[in-house]
Design a protein around this ligand. Structure first.
Ligand code: SF4
Length: 118
């Protein structure tokens, strides 16, 4: 990680993709889907991707980090879409604290980006 983030244009998200996909090492890339879904699922309240990563990594065994990120990304694209989550089709609806709460979903804080941190 510390070497990868020295490459221009590479932040923790990309470095974690490289770690988990290319090197099969633990890495939890936090993109907008991962941040949004972990907040909707009540796993974190953080909007800073590094804080989301740190908090979620504490809950999941390291070998599962990369696969969890990919599952959340796919779920965020296919079912829990940002504008209108399809809670009626969601296998997580029974355990999701945001299920069927359209008002709450729209109020979930947006992820902070490198640009918005400046
Ligand atoms: S129940 Fe709704 S808000 Fe919760 S993860 Fe599923 S689609 Fe998203």
């Amino acid at each position: 990680m510390e070497d990868l983030v020295t490459i221009p244009g590479v932040g923790r998200k990309t470095a974690n993709v490289v770690r988990s996909v290319a090197f099969d090492l633990p890495g939890l890339p936090v993109d907008t889907h991962v941040g949004r879904l972990t907040r909707l699922l009540g796993l974190t309240t953080a909007t800073d991707p590094e804080v989301v990563e740190a908090e979620v990594c504490k809950m999941v065994p390291p070998p599962e980090w990369g696969a969890l990120s990919l599952r959340l990304i796919l779920h965020g694209r296919a079912v829990c879409v940002a504008r209108k989550p399809r809670c009626g089709e969601c296998v997580l609806a029974d355990i999701c604290p945001s299920a069927y709460l359209a008002d709450r979903v729209s109020k979930i804080p947006k992820q902070r980006t490198a640009r918005s941190k400046k």
